[in-house]
Design a protein around this ligand. Sequence first.
Ligand SMILES: Nc1ncnc2c1ncn2[C@@H]1O[C@H](COP(=O)(O)OP(=O)(O)OP(=O)(O)O)[C@@H](O)[C@H]1O
Ligand SMILES: [Mg+2]
Length: 367
Amino acid sequence: MFEKLFGKKKLHDQTDISKRFNLIGRVGQGSMSKVWKATDLQSGRTVALKVLDKEKTAKFEERFRGLHKPSEGEVAMSLNHPNIVKTHEFGWTLEDEMFLVMEFVEGVGLSLLVDLQNEEMKRYRLRYMIQIGEALQHFHQQNWIHRDICPRNVMISDEKCAKMIDFGLVVPNTPDFRKPGNRTGTASYMAPELIKRQPTDQRLDIFSYAVTCFEMYTKRFPWDAAMTIDAVLQHINKPPVQISTLIPAIDKQVAAAIMKGLEANPDQRWQKVGDMVGEFRDAEQRLVRLAREAAAKAKGVAPAEPVKPAEKKTSPVLPASSAQPPASSAKTSASGPPKSNPSVSSARKGKRRPSDDDVDLNEMFGD
Ligand SMILES: Nc1ncnc2c1ncn2[C@@H]1O[C@H](COP(=O)(O)OP(=O)(O)OP(=O)(O)O)[C@@H](O)[C@H]1O
Ligand SMILES: [Mg+2]
């Protein structure tokens, strides 16, 4: 009654974003939001300001009416991981749209690198895959299901660090949200159980992560491109293309880990994303060790320093040496990648020896 007479009750504080932020420029138009690079006049920081589309967000939230689904702002604030964009705060505009204030990531979208398949992508993709997997592991440990893992929702910073940026479709990993029904996400990355409206759980993210890794190597989906749910429905019963038939030089352990993530039956898939990432980490360490040994052999000396055993939890940015390609394949990008390992460089300059066949350095970068 009161609300009818005096207008809608204000549920939360509102912010005049035109006063609070100096908008530098639009950086993104997502399907659910607008994103600006801005100066936060309160903190002085350069930030990404994401303003959610009110109608689209309300329509999405409506699907979960009565379930107390946390908002994108609340989800974003719960996350604290070096490979997930940091959200400083969230609030509501004078028009009652939700806005998020995030660290601004200078860099490019992972989808651009998937399309380009340039030297940077070949050189760093295993590192990026590990970082994205670790970010997803953090999501899962916070008991969320992401539901929209795909290259569009990952940025690669100029420091060569993968950052997840979008939490718009995240739901809690609780029985109410695992019930069949809501096919939200991006069609080509959707797990079969989601498409078939069966019960879902965090393993659907493992499937989408595996599709993303597949694309990072091949620039294509594991099936014929599927842009609509109807098209996806036709192909989910077919087995995926073997990644090693498309990229014969791919490391076998990496290939097997990706293919296991694509299993249609979630019971056959990796059960925990950490286990899949563990395979990538092991492969990376092995490839680095082999590359160092090959370099040392080519020089006719023992490896300069022993390779440290794998640490279960990698540092936010893997050591440059762990993603170091041979000098012959390393092109300097504008943003300045780490310097190449001199011992590897000299090995590649030297005459190819039969023993080099043990170590296909290109395998590491999956050409
Ligand atoms: N923290 C950030 N730093 C820099 N750019 C960003 C940041 N967050 C988002 N962007 C840019 O804005 C675009 C849209 O962001 P986001 O994916 O979060 O929006 P969305 O509306 O939820 O997208 P969609 O539903 O289409 O995936 C991104 O692709 C990226 O270019
Ligand atoms: Mg997005």
